[in-house]
Design a protein around this ligand. Sequence first.
Ligand SMILES: Cc1ncc(COP(=O)(O)O)c(C=O)c1O
Length: 374
Amino acid sequence: MIPVFEPKIGAEEISRVVEALERGEISGSFGEAIPDFESQFAEYCDCRHAVAVSSGTTALHLAVAAAEIGDGDEVLVSASTNIATALAVHHQGAVTVPVDSEEQTWNLDLEKLESLITPRTRAIIPVHLFGHPVDMDRLRVIADRHDLLIIEDAAEAHGATCRGRKVGSFGDMACFSFYANKVITTGEGGMVTTNDDALAARLRLLRNLAFTKPRFRHELAGFNFRMTGYQAGMGLAQLDKIENIIAQKRQVAATYREFLSGTAGIQFPAEAAWARNVYWMVCVVVGTEFGISRDHLADTLRNDGIDTRTFFCPMNQQPCLRLPESGPPSCPVADRLWESGLYLPSTNDLPTETIAWICERVQAAGQQQRRAAA
Ligand SMILES: Cc1ncc(COP(=O)(O)O)c(C=O)c1O
C-alpha cells in the first residue's frame, strides 16, 4: 500500500537524539537541546520567543490558557480543522464558534467572520489549512477593529508565508505541531511562538506546572506540557532541513497538479498570489463532474494499493464541543469539504513515476464511471 505519508528520519536526527541522551537531557527543560531548538525555531519564524511543548494539541491548549480565555467566552475557530483546535477552547470552558471556509483556499472565510462576533468574543483561531496561509494582514485589521486576540493554528504550515512574512509571526501567539506527518517532526511535540514578552513568560510558567517560589506552592493551575530534550534534538536536525523539505513538498504538489490538470471534477486549492503554500498534504476536492463520489474514489484507490484520507469533519458538526446555544453557525462550504475532500499520498520524496501512476488510477476511476453512464 502506498501510504498517505511516510516520515523521513536520517542519520542527523539519530545522532542529535543520541547526543541529547548522552548529555542526560531526558526530562525537564535544562540542557542545550530545548533552548537551542526554541531559539532557532523563533528565529526561523521571525519571532522573539518560542516555547516547546509536548504536542500541537497542548500548544493550542497552553496558548488559550495563557490568554486567560475561560467560562462564558467565545472563540471564533476555522470550521474545517482538526478537533485539537477546538478542544483547546473547550477544555478552557469556552464556546467554540465555527467560521465557514471559503471556496478557493479552503481557509476560514474572512467575509463571514465579523457577523459572528458578539460582546463575548475574545479571540480568533485561524487555521492555515493544509499548509496554505490565511490572509493574516486582512485578519489583523478585523481583529484590531474588535479588540480580539489572534492565536494562529500553524500546525500544518511551518514556513508558509503571507506577503513574504512567515506564519507564526502574525498572531498574538501561534501554535505548531511536530507530529510524525507534519512539515517537520519530533515524533510528538509542538511549539508556541509569540512576540509578546509577558505572554512568553506566562506560557513558560503554565507549561511547567506554574512553579514559583516557594517551590510546591502554586498560585496558578498549570500543566505539564514539557517537551523532552531528545525530542528537541531531533527537531534541531529537522529544522536544518526545513527549506529542502518545503521545496520537495511544493514539487510533489506541482507534479500532481500537472498530471491531473484538466481532469473533470478534481479541484486543487488555489495558491493566492501573496502566499507560499507549503502543501503539508496534497489535497483535492472531488466534484460531481468527476463521475464518482469521493468515497467511491477512495475505495477504488485502496483496491489499487493507494491509501488516502478524508478532510476534517467540521467543528459545527462535532457533538463533543460546547457550541453557541442558538445553534452552530451554518458552514455549507466546510460541510462540503468534509464530504468531498481527499488527501493523496504526499511523502516528501514520492517519485514522479509513482505520482504519475496514482494520477492515472484517479483518472481511470472517474473515466470508467463516466463511460458507463454515457
Ligand atoms: C490543524 C491542526 N491543529 C492541531 C493539530 C494537533 O497537533 P498534534 O497532533 O501534534 O497534537 C493538528 C494535527 O495533528 C492539526 O492538523
